[in-house]
Design a protein around this ligand. Structure first.
Ligand SMILES: O=C(O)c1ccc[n+]([C@@H]2O[C@H](COP(=O)([O-])O)[C@@H](O)[C@H]2O)c1
Ligand SMILES: Cc1cc2nc[nH]c2cc1C
Length: 362
């Protein structure tokens, strides 16, 4: 499996990228979906956030006859040069090992997705290996990023190519009939990059947004916070634009996810966001192209301290609060199940008129 076509952003300069405008979801459809919920034999707003979210999905898809049966999770796998600074418990080789497990449908997100009939699509956007992995889409921009304490993680061209990859994959999925997509990733060190991106964009301190990731001792956490703090100060990232932040301390996985969020807004595909890494990417996308957030569906609020700040900044209210810290897209796939349950009511539940009861009014 190869990334065949040229990215839609292939020839764009950063300045031209900024000219792209996002059209908002269809407000008339949003109202129709809400109206339909009110005809169903249940208390008004009985399904809470799920009524609002399904109305958002209808507005994105442009129809109140919502079909999100075909579901997919894009799993952006990439390595991060910052790992050499001792910010993780394991080395970069774990990214490759888990990507191979994803190819065999063995990783956590794959098991969850298979249990509900959702497709997992592992994508090598920058694993630090020359190996081509059967079952993983080869969209490699380069073999991992650079150590951002020594130099910016990516070049401008690498960053644009990774964004473009995410955007194009959404379009390809739309053409293949996917009604909804979830964000997923795998990359040792990507909670460090996400923390740095979050601190820069939300102008907060390293210690406020940096957690233990996949697992760190107290000493490891202190080291990780120091690394993020040093990067913020060295590049004065609190005053940098979102693209520069992404390029300097982000990663190829985050850039791919940023592109995925933009792709959702461009091709009108609802994007269910996973945890902290996806939300950091979503904030970059929203800063680059205001309005993207209207195409994003929250799923869960994880354990990393940056998560709550990102959700607030994006004005998204995750519905699952389980303290998860697994990544891979696991929280987003969990949300798929909840959405299916909501849709079973929306599409099939008895109406007030069917049970011969007067409809409740607002
Ligand atoms: O999504 C989360 O909240 C989350 C929290 C901790 C770890 N992870 C996953 O673990 C990896 C990053 O952890 P780390 O410690 O290597 O930065 C990466 O592959 C993520 O999918 C994910
Ligand atoms: C084994 C393992 C699996 C993962 N999946 C997502 N992040 C991960 C980190 C580790 C260490």
């Amino acid at each position: 499996m190869e990334c065949s076509e040229k990215p839609v952003f292939h020839n764009y300069t950063v300045r031209e990228l900024a000219q792209i405008r996002i059209t908002p979801p269809d407000e008339a459809v949003r109202k129709l979906v809400k109206k339909h919920w009110d005809t169903l034999a249940k208390p008004l707003d009985g399904m809470g956030s799920f009524e609002t979210i399904t109305a958002q999905i209808g507005a994105i898809l442009g129809t109140e006859v919502i079909d999100i049966r075909k579901k997919g999770v894009l799993l952006f796998c990439a390595d991060n040069g910052i790992v050499e600074e001792g910010v993780t418990q394991s080395g970069q080789e774990v990214t490759l090992a888990v990507a191979k497990s994803m190819a065999r449908k063995g990783s956590s997100v794959c098991r969850m997705a298979q249990s509900i009939g959702a497709e997992t699509i592992p994508v090598d956007i920058g694993i630090n290996s020359e190996e081509s992995i059967p079952g993983v889409w080869n969209c490699k921009v380069c073999s991992g990023t650079r150590n951002f304490l020594k130099e910016p993680a990516m070049t401008e061209e690498e960053t644009v190519r990774a964004i473009a990859t995410g955007t194009r994959l959404v379009r390809e999925c739309k053409e293949k009939g996917y009604g909804i997509l979830a964000t997923g990733e795998m990359g040792i060190g990507n909670t460090t990059t996400s923390s740095a991106v979050t601190a820069a964009l939300l102008q907060c301190g390293a210690e406020e947004v940096t957690g233990r990731g996949a697992g760190l001792t107290d000493q490891g956490l202190a080291r990780k916070q120091q690394v993020v703090r040093t990067a913020l100060e060295t590049y004065d990232l609190w005053h940098a634009d979102a693209f520069t932040v992404l390029q300097t301390v982000g990663g190829l996985d985050i850039a791919g996810l940023t592109g995925m969020c933009i792709g959702g807004a461009l091709w009108h595909v609802p994007i269910v966001l996973d945890g902290v890494i996806s939300m950091a990417a979503a904030l970059v996308a929203e800063r680059l192209f205001p309005g993207v957030r209207e195409y994003l569906i929250p799923s869960h609020l994880g354990k990393e301290p940056a998560a709550v700040k990102l959700a607030d900044a994006l004005q998204l209210s995750p519905v699952i609060h389980a303290g998860m810290a697994l990544g891979e897209g696991t929280g987003a796939v969990m949300m798929f199940t909840l959405l299916d349950m909501a849709m079973s009511i929306y599409g099939q539940s008895a109406t007030f008129s069917e049970i011969k009861v007067e409809q409740y009014r607002r």
